[in-house]
Structure formats: C-alpha cells, structure tokens
Design a protein around this ligand. Structure first.
Ligand SMILES: Cc1cc2nc3c(=O)[nH]c(=O)nc-3n(C[C@H](O)[C@H](O)[C@H](O)COP(=O)(O)O)c2cc1C
Length: 197
C-alpha cells in the first residue's frame, strides 16, 4: 500500500483533514492495459468486500464476475456504448447486485447500503494491490437481468471494470482530458450537526 499520494493525485486532491492516503489514491481511470488479473489477486479484492459490515450481518451483496472472452462479451452486450468504448479493454467486469430479502423472507432495508460498502472495500483493496476500478451505472439493467439470469429479488447496482492501468493516449480523444483524479465538495457541504439544515 502506498504511504503518500502520487503526484497526479496530489495535484488534484488535497484533503482538509489528515486521512490514510488510500482514500484519495483510489480513483476511476478509464484506460486499462492488456495485463490480465490473476485469479488470486481478484480473490483478494472479493475478500476485502467480504468483510464489509451489513445490517444483521446479512451480507446481501453478490458479484457476478466476467473474465473469460465468452462472459465478457455477454457483459458488453448490456453496457451502454459510451462506457463500452473504454471498458471493453478491462480484463474483468463485475456486476454488483444485492439480495433484497433477508434470510427470513422479509424486505432487507439495508441491502443497497451494505452492497455500496462492499464495493467500496473492493475498490480500496484493488488500489492497495496496484489495480484500478471504475464503476458504471450506464448499462441496461433489464438486459443484464435477462442475460445473466438474475432473479427478481436481487437488485442490480453497477458494473465494475477491474484491471491494471493503461496509457492515457490509448483512450479515444474525448476521454483523454477526463483521465485525472477529480476533487470533492468540502466536508461542511454534507455534514449537519444536530438537525438537517
Ligand atoms: C454507481 C456509480 C455509477 C457510475 N456510473 C458511471 C458510468 O456509467 N460511466 C462512467 O464513466 N463513470 C461512472 N461512474 C464513475 C463516477 O463518475 C466516479 O466515481 C466519480 O466521478 C468520482 O470519481 P472517482 O471515482 O475518480 O473518484 C460511476 C460511479 C458510481 C459509484
């Protein structure tokens, strides 16, 4: 794990309060290299997701992984062209879904919250292992459900591209200038003390 931010991150992201650099080091590039992700590395990412907290420890997250040409082609079929143009190079795609019911069959109010945490853990561990991740909401959920046989009691959240970083100039021209870490709103813009204001 890196102990200090890279130049690229440092130029674009300055935290106002001291935090572990992993939080600003993770960002979402679009350029993937040809390098494959070994299965044991992929399993480390999923292992990190495994330890996310969840309501009643129900662990509602599921990740459907594509890393063979056949499975990747199936995923590409439901991803919007604006994302497909860059994510087709990613050696691994993962669809994050969650079980909307508890083991007792009642509605699980926290399935989306919990699965968001699991994806966050996965993304941080990917960065710790020298990989990049890029989540996408731009895909056809109905087609994904149909293509991957996902039952109706599972909510479909995001496709996550996983791999190693490639050169910026391998991207289509219109995406090159966006290949930089973004900044964030200040803590005061999303924090309320006592009541919503
Ligand atoms: C649920 C979700 C959906 C997203 N959908 C897309 C998408 O369809 N296409 C895309 O290029 N990026 C997508 N992103 C990436 C975000 O734009 C990105 O995470 C955000 O701008 C913050 O930048 P960073 O991840 O580099 O810190 C998505 C991210 C999330 C978490």
């Amino acid at each position: 794990m890196s102990t200090s931010p890279s130049n690229e991150v440092e130029a674009n992201r300055q935290p106002d309060h001291e935090i572990n650099p992993q939080f600003i080091e993770r960002w979402s590039p679009r350029s993937f290299s040809d390098q494959d992700v070994p299965e044991d590395v992929l399993l480390c990412l999923l292992e990190a997701a495994r330890w996310a907290p969840s309501g009643n420890n129900n662990q509602p997250w599921r990740f459907i992984i594509a890393r063979t040409p056949e499975h990747l082609t199936a995923f590409h079929s439901f991803i919007h062209p604006s994302n497909r143009v860059w994510c087709e190079k990613a050696p691994v795609l993962a669809l994050a879904i969650s079980h909307t019911l508890t083991p007792r069959g009642t509605e699980n109010a926290s399935h989306a919250f919990d699965t968001g945490t699991a994806w966050g853990y996965l993304a941080l561990e990917a960065n710790n292992q020298g990989l990049i991740t890029h989540a996408m909401g731009g895909f056809d959920r109905d087609l994904a459900r149909q293509t991957l046989n996902i039952p109706n009691d599972y909510a479909i959240h995001a496709v996550i591209a996983i791999g190693y970083r490639g050169p910026v100039d391998a991207l289509p021209e219109n995406l090159r200038e966006r290949e930089v870490p973004s900044s964030r709103n200040e803590v005061s813009t999303f924090t309320y003390f006592g009541k919503f204001e």
